[in-house]
Ligand binder design. Structure first.
Ligand code: NDP
Length: 456
């Protein structure tokens, strides 16, 4: 087992300074959190649905009251632009409000059967473990915490050690809202200790994980030993398909935020832009221009659109994708301190290049020409991933045809939007298992029970 340090320094990526030092949990703290969640489960799962709804509404209200404080903390800890952080906090408020509507609507069916009556029920699962990443710490946590609590489960959340500050605040907010102690627990510690323990723990019924495909595979394999339910939201290599008949100005204006947003550290990043050959030159010209206008700098400046990368190691890893690549346009970034990386547009030599095949998790985008619709779909689907994607065209029939043909969970037409609180989100293929958000998410935090009553 790994040696555990007692404290962990939390570093601000834009300045490289330590902004907080917090205790680091290990096995004992993880087991204690699971025990607290297990003890709290019988009472929480029996709370009347209307009361549970009221508590979740109060959580949403308190997040709104402390919104600016949370956004500032997130912007500093992740290095993301404050305007993005404010938007994400807004989504967290909406997520708790949306799932506050769930406890009173968790309904089953009556099914006609001979000799009696048949009912189905959606029942809570018990202790749910949530393991979340560093790129959207509070937002991604809320996507799992809110439906899990709404369905009557108790929760142990393990945030990424790099960015635990807003999750720790959320724990206090949930308590302040009146949710009983033990219902929602946060354990800050390394994934290979705290995360592994949660996945193997016999008292955990379900694991919801967002992060790398590599760790997702390991979690899936280990969770199968105890047949835990698993939801996985993993990596992506999404395609942004631009046909020659599209509104090229609009597509190019939207392209930077779809791949450089959150410094490219976004599983939905459209890191492959497929452009119909006759439009490549014009599109690249427009895209390069909008990239130059994309404001990279101090995350706490409200006009900033892109901050630094999360760590120096990630900056080096991202830079390695440019080795040997043909860079056709490059943006700018501050010199440092901070883990800065200027955005880049590259022209790959072939569709087998590393820059085309691997998730970069940084602000680098490949331009890939195509000659016809079938080829565009073939290239878009030529990946192990299947998370999201976009289609830009003025031809409505083609837009629908292509959107249906892409093997991905979330598609948008003439837009790069992927995530909304009230619509399902998740991946095909190696981008994951299950769906978060929207009404379907509740299916992943409940078990389906069938009861037959003989009346003859
Ligand atoms: P990881 O998948 O390693 O981490 C995500 C979460 O899982 C963190 O809370 C981490 O803990 C935890 N974890 C790590 N190892 C284990 C384990 N063995 N068992 C249980 N939990 C574990 O992502 P990284 O932060 O290392 O990022 C690596 C790459 O993953 C990125 O470059 C990107 O390609 C991809 N990624 C994708 C994300 C997405 O949104 N789909 C989000 C983040 C990363 P801790 O970090 O505290 O040790």
């Amino acid at each position: 087992m790994a040696v555990i340090e007692e404290y962990v320094d939390i570093v601000e990526p834009a300045t490289e300074s330590v902004i907080s030092t917090i205790p680091r949990a290990g096995m004992a703290e993880t087991d204690a959190a699971v025990a607290a969640a297990k003890a709290a489960y019988p009472a929480w799962s029996s709370v009347a649905p209307g009361e549970r709804a009221g508590l979740l509404r109060r959580v949403s209200g308190l997040i709104e009251e402390r919104g600016e404080e949370l956004a500032l903390l997130e912007a500093r800890n992740v290095g993301k632009p404050i305007s993005d952080a404010r938007g994400e906090v807004g989504m967290v408020i909406d997520t708790f409000a949306y799932y506050a509507g769930a406890p009173e609507r968790l309904m089953g069916q009556t099914i006609p059967v001979p000799g009696g009556m048949n009912f189905t029920f959606r029942e809570s699962m018990g202790v749910v473990a949530l393991i979340t990443p560093w790129n959207f710490p509070l937002a991604i946590a809320s996507w799992a915490v809110a439906p899990a609590l709404a369905a009557g489960n108790t929760v142990v959340l393990k945030p990424a050690e790099l960015t635990p500050l807003t999750a720790m605040q959320l724990q206090q907010i949930v308590l302040d809202a009146g949710v009983p102690e033990g219902v929602f627990n946060v354990v800050v510690g390394p994934g290979n200790v705290v995360g592994e323990r949660l996945v193997e723990h016999p008292d955990v019924s379900k694991v919801s994980f967002t992060g790398s495909t590599e760790v997702g595979k390991r979690i899936s394999a280990r969770a199968s030993e105890t047949f835990k339910r698993v939801t996985l939201e993993l990596g992506g290599k999404s395609a942004n398909i631009v046909f020659a008949d599209a509104d090229l100005e609009k597509a190019a204006e939207a392209a930077p935020s779809s791949v450089f947003g959150n410094s490219g550290q976004d599983c939905c990043a459209r890191s492959r832009v497929l452009v119909e050959r006759s439009a490549v030159d014009r599109f690249v010209e427009l895209f390069s221009q909008s990239m130059q206008e994309f404001r990279v700098g101090d995350p706490l400046d409200s006009s900033t659109q892109m901050g630094p990368l999360i760590t120096a190691r990630d900056r080096d890893r991202v830079a390695s994708f440019l080795e040997g690549a043909t860079v056709i346009a490059r943006g700018t970034a501050p010199d440092g301190p901070g883990f800065w990386f200027a955005p880049a547009i590259v022209l790959p030599g072939s569709n087998n290049d590393r820059v085309v095949r691997e998730e970069i998790f940084g602000p680098i985008v490949s331009i890939i020409p195509f000659d016809n619709e079938d080829e565009a779909v073939m290239i878009a689907n030529d990946t192990i991933y299947g998370l999201s994607g976009s289609v830009w065209t003025e031809n409505g029939s083609r837009a629908l045809r292509v959107a249906r043909a892409i093997e991905a969970g979330t598609l948008s037409v003439n837009s790069n939007w992927s995530v909304r609180v009230n619509t399902p989100y998740g991946g095909f293929k190696q981008s994951g298992i299950g769906r978060t958000l929207g009404p379907n998410a509740l299916n992943y935090y409940t078990e389906l029970k069938n009861v037959y009553v003989a009346t003859n």
